[in-house]
Design a protein around this ligand. Sequence first.
Ligand SMILES: Cc1cc2nc3c(=O)[nH]c(=O)nc-3n(C[C@H](O)[C@H](O)[C@H](O)COP(=O)(O)O)c2cc1C
Length: 151
Amino acid sequence: MTSFWNDLPQPFFILAPMEAVTDVVFRHVDKLKQAGAPDIFFTEFANATGWVHAGDKAIAGRLIKTDDEHPLVAQIWGGEPGDMEAILSLHCAELGFDGIDINMGCPAKSAIKSGGAALIRRPDIAVAAIAAAKTAGLPVSVKTRLGYTYC
Ligand SMILES: Cc1cc2nc3c(=O)[nH]c(=O)nc-3n(C[C@H](O)[C@H](O)[C@H](O)COP(=O)(O)O)c2cc1C
């Protein structure tokens, strides 16, 4: 598999994924690029189970992108590996993302109920989620924490 992770400058610079901030509009703000053009952009996190049950409406534009954005990584979260496989293989691969990131570090109470940092305590689910993500044929990364109690 070719991967943009192998072709980055050293050191490389990533704009952290931020919900309600790093959407497609923000990523196109000229000042952002002038101030410190990141080498990689991430989307906001999008919930896999929400998408499986209610489609695009459930993720409210979080995965909207333009074709000229590279490299761009889709960040997904959830606690159901089957739902992750569905959104990643059916949706993200088709949209033309360069990579997939699984959010395993979000400490928000609403995320911990069904994924986020809770996956640190559920290694079986974490392993299954990574395996599910790999079926999309894109490079997979994980954003996590040093430990659950550091949330
Ligand atoms: C408003 C806001 C939204 C965030 N949304 C996400 C997100 O969607 N996915 C994620 O992995 N982290 C999210 N984060 C965490 C950031 O990506 C980052 O890890 C965190 O802010 C720590 O970096 P800092 O010390 O540079 O702020 C968010 C942070 C903020 C402040």
